[in-house]
Ligand binder design. Structure first.
Ligand code: DQA
Length: 164
């Protein structure tokens, strides 16, 4: 890995923020047949290890409160290079989270453990699907790793031409 792929334009290591919405603090105990048996802490450890291998920094935030997520996104805008967000149930409703993501001006990946498109009709719409660079859904906790590689690929400028 070249030094360029590890660093933001300012010369520091790339920094990715993971944001998790309501009820993801009880992962592992919450509908494990759907969301898996791993806790959020276990998933975050896997992501931290992968990030270390990639030579980038990650930070994690979880809240059950929409306003706290909005404030986290506002604070992140000049500190992080990219955002991975699983807004959980707020995916389908939250205009404030959409607006805060736009305010952050950071490339973002929308992430879900399950595949919402294959579930109840009300989960098929996302308030952020058109403002993210990509979406990962349906791969359980492993999706958190896929999203890391996806956002790094985007930040390092190796995107497939013509896709976005
Ligand atoms: C979820 C999907 C949402 O529809 C649901 O409300 C969640 C989790 C997922 O990761 O699969 O809380 O975002």
């Amino acid at each position: 890995m070249s030094e360029r792929g590890r660093r933001s334009r300012g010369g520091r290591r790339l920094r990715i923020l993971y944001v998790n919405g309501p009820n993801l603090n009880v992962l592992g105990r919450r509908e494990p047949e759907r969301y898996g048996k791993r806790t959020l802490e276990e998933i975050q450890r896997l992501v931290s290890d992968a990030a270390e291998n990639e030579g980038v920094d990650v930070e994690f935030f979880q809240s059950n409160h929409e306003g706290e997520i909005v404030e986290c996104l506002q604070r992140s805008s000049d500190r992080v290079d990219g955002i991975v967000i699983n807004p959980a149930g707020l995916t389908h409703t939250s205009v404030p989270i959409r607006d805060a993501l736009i305010y952050s001006e950071r490339p973002s990946v929308e992430l879900h453990l399950s595949n919402p498109a294959a579930r109840e009709p009300f989960r098929r719409s996302s308030r952020i699907e058109d403002i993210v660079v990509g979406r990962v859904a349906g791969f359980g906790g492993y999706g958190y790793l896929l999203a890391l590689y996806g956002i790094l690929e985007h930040l390092r400028g190796k995107r497939f031409r013509g896709v976005r």
